[in-house]
Design a protein around this ligand. Structure first.
Ligand code: SF4
Length: 689
């Protein structure tokens, strides 16, 4: 029996894998602080992914997309990739090849992928799908606290709260075992849909606030307005532990509840009730998720919630706090170790001369040879194959033709590349466009570490051998780097050797992993970063001070701005996107699990019954949802709990069912987060006849 962690979300539930009579792994839940012996249906069925019937076990190569793939041996495939990368680099310069990583990669892979881009390719063009997921909260967290750690406290702390406000998060469906921690007598859920979490709040003494998509920031300002006007803010805390409230209050002063009701659609009485719940609680938390973060003002939206939390005196107080609920399995670690365009390992800024010198020294190169910051994920993808973009791309563990905004455009850009290399375990929608596909090992077939939503480092352990013909991502990095002239020891294929290097390189950095090692993890020690060598790990990071030089948190002045695109006569509804209980990310894994595929076999569009009637749609019929960028074919599901001006689509499906055919690539100016949550759309029946 092997104890490891679920391959999917950031809760990183622990599980035992034990062989069934045929020797294949069978999942049993393990007792662990995040899941306490529970798993959701994705976790229970996760072993089935390993035996996906269309699993790739040999590299595939073709000269052009007009040709069929040819199965080849690994040396042929790697020579082809290295030769193509070298040719593009010498003809067009080092930025001719881009790398796109994933928040699902282990810390070791994320670290070595960033190192590969900067040393083996010399390219500045590396970013990852976490840009679509965590960037707004990370930016706001750094602005306020000087440090971004999703939850700066253990999940179990939530159990002692009187009130928890969840802004744009639906854990009852996306990470059900987390609900075991949300036992506060009152939950306040902010979501334009009556999700399972919102329904739970509504029926258990809490509140569901359903703002128009794109108005969360104004709602947060209105809550701050009431809290301050009623004297429920913690003036001693604000004076002792923060700066900048005087600059923020003028932005909230004008948002009295009736004005906020006019914009957000949330009744003024509910705004006052929510403010009272928070303002009179002894212990409270404000938590944000993608619903409030994936906007073209996502950083400011999160700052507005943090401002509210600071006024209430929550962050850094025992039993209270602010946190962001990370989504992807390694959403936290994935952004700390150098696969992000603007960062070096340890959460160091790539434009910080000291950080560059420290990392360059550890890597044995001159700091001047390290590339600077490259474009963000959306900008990088949208420029591919153009005069301003890369001509080659390596996708590692990511499927952007389903996950990126304006997915139709991304499809076109990938098809314009001279060289597209995809590492994946099946022929995903993105891999189907590739010149070279490299079949790689899956979660239970390899070892590595991930960092969960609490900043807790967990150890994924190998339980089974990968199928013959499959290699690990670290083995691929090692082999490719060697072909590109790198000394072999610079890219270790062994995960523990890679972890030791990562730990050493991050010593003294914000995300200090220098005390993280297999022995401590295997002994059952709870390791949260910062985890300095020889020092104690840090489950709660802000109890004594925040990470700004003066130790104080910052209020950040923010103001409501409309979404980049608003409703009009042609596109009279707003589409918002999100997840279903049965699927994860682009569904490349979960759509291949029979139980999950049967439960959620096709894309759906959730529509209020009145809206459906108005548009001539019936429950179970097909609808075409169209925006200025593309359209989606989806099955109509009537939902009395969604706003009449809003429709919801899950983003787990590809092709004509891809919700991101609709979404707007407008970017948050600071974090470069795209506006996934607000697209103006129209709706029409699509049933034949
Ligand atoms: Fe736990 Fe998330 Fe896996 Fe479900 S998907 S079992 S909530 S880690």
């Amino acid at each position: 029996m092997t104890t490891t962690h679920c391959p999917y979300c950031a809760l990183q539930c622990a599980m035992h894998l034990e062989p069934d009579p045929e020797g294949r792994p069978r999942v049993r839940p393990a007792d662990f602080p995040t899941n306490r012996g529970g798993l959701c249906r994705k976790g229970w069925t996760s072993a089935e992914v390993l035996d996906a019937p269309d699993r790739l076990t040999t590299p595939l190569v073709r000269a052009s997309r007009d040709e069929e793939f040819t199965p080849v041996d690994w040396d042929t495939a790697l020579d082809h990739v290295a030769g193509g990368m070298r040719r593009l680099g010498s003809e067009h310069g080092p930025d001719a090849v881009a790398v796109f990583g994933s928040g699902g990669l282990t810390n070791e892979k994320a670290y070595l992928l960033g190192k590969f881009a900067r040393l083996a390719l010399g390219t500045s063009r590396i970013d990852y799908n976490g840009r679509f997921c965590m960037s707004a909260a990370a930016t706001a967290g750094r602005r306020a606290f000087g440090l971004d750690r999703g939850l700066p406290f253990p999940l179990s702390d939530l159990g002692g709260a009187d009130v928890v406000l969840l802004a744009g998060a639906n854990p009852a469906e996306t990470m059900p075992p987390m609900m075991g921690h949300l036992t506060a007598p009152r939950l306040v859920v902010v979501d334009p849909r009556r999700t399972a979490t919102a329904e739970h709040a509504r029926t258990s003494g809490g509140l569901h606030l359903a703002p128009r998509p794109g108005t969360d920031l104004a709602l947060a300002l209105a809550l701050l307005h009431v809290v301050h006007a009623e004297g429920w803010d913690d003036s001693d805390y604000v004076a002792a532990r923060t700066t900048g409230f005087d600059r923020v209050w003028p932005h909230a002063a004008g948002w009295w509840p009736e004005r906020a009701e006019h914009l957000t659609g949330v009744p003024a009485g509910d705004i006052r009730r929510a403010a009272r719940m928070l303002g009179t609680a002894s212990r409270a938390y404000v938590l944000t998720g993608r619903g409030t973060e994936q906007h073209s003002d996502g950083s400011d939206s999160v700052s507005a919630w943090i401002n509210l939390a600071l006024a209430l005196g929550l962050p850094g107080q025992p039993g209270s706090g602010y946190g962001c609920i990370t989504g992807q399995g390694n959403g936290q670690g994935g952004r700390e170790h150098g696969q992000k365009a603007d960062q070096l390992p340890g959460y160091r800024r790539i434009d910080d001369p000291d950080a560059r010198a420290r990392v360059a020294d550890a890597w044995g190169v001159d700091a001047e040879t390290l590339p600077g910051a490259g474009p963000s994920a959306t900008e990088m993808l949208n420029a591919l194959g153009s005069a301003d973009g890369a001509r080659g791309l390596w996708l590692v563990g990511s499927n952007p033709v389903v996950s990126a905004p304006d997915a139709g455009r991304v499809r076109e850009r990938l098809a314009a590349l001279d060289l597209l290399v995809v590492s994946d375990f099946v022929l995903s929608e993105s891999a189907a466009l590739a010149h070279v596909v490299l079949p790689v090992a899956q979660w239970a077939e390899e070892t590595g570490t991930l960092t969960n939503l609490e900043g807790r480092v967990v150890r994924r352990r190998k339980a089974v051998e990968a199928p013959a013909g499959v290699r690990t991502d670290l083995e691929v990095l090692h082999a490719l780097a060697g072909r590109l002239g790198q000394p072999p020891e610079r890219f270790p294929a062994d995960p523990d050797t890679a972890l030791a290097e990562l730990a050493s390189v991050t010593g003294g950095a914000a995300a200090d992993y220098s005390g993280v090692g297999p022995h401590r993890l295997d002994s059952g020690e709870e390791l949260y970063w910062p985890a300095p060598a020889g020092g104690a790990p840090t489950p709660r990071v802000f109890l004594d001070s925040f990470a700004h030089p003066d130790g104080r948190a910052r209020f950040v002045p923010v103001e409501h701005t409309p979404p980049a695109e608003t409703r009009d006569d042609t596109y009279p509804l707003v589409a918002t996107t999100g997840r279903l209980m049965g699927h994860y990310q682009t569904g490349a894994q979960t759509r291949r699990v029979a139980e999950l595929a049967e439960a959620e076999p096709e894309a759906r569009v959730e529509v209020h019954p009145d809206t459906a009637r108005h548009h001539g749609l019936a429950a179970g019929g097909l609808a075409r949802v169209s925006s200025r960028r593309g359209s989606v074919l989806a099955r109509v599901r009537l939902s009395p709990g969604i706003r009449r001006d809003t429709v919801f689509l899950p983003f787990h499906y590809g092709g004509e069912a891809a919700a991101n055919n609709l979404t707007n690539p407008a970017l948050d100016p600071v974090s470069r987060m795209p506006e996934f949550k607000v697209s103006a759309v129209r709706l029409e029946p699509a049933d034949a006849g």
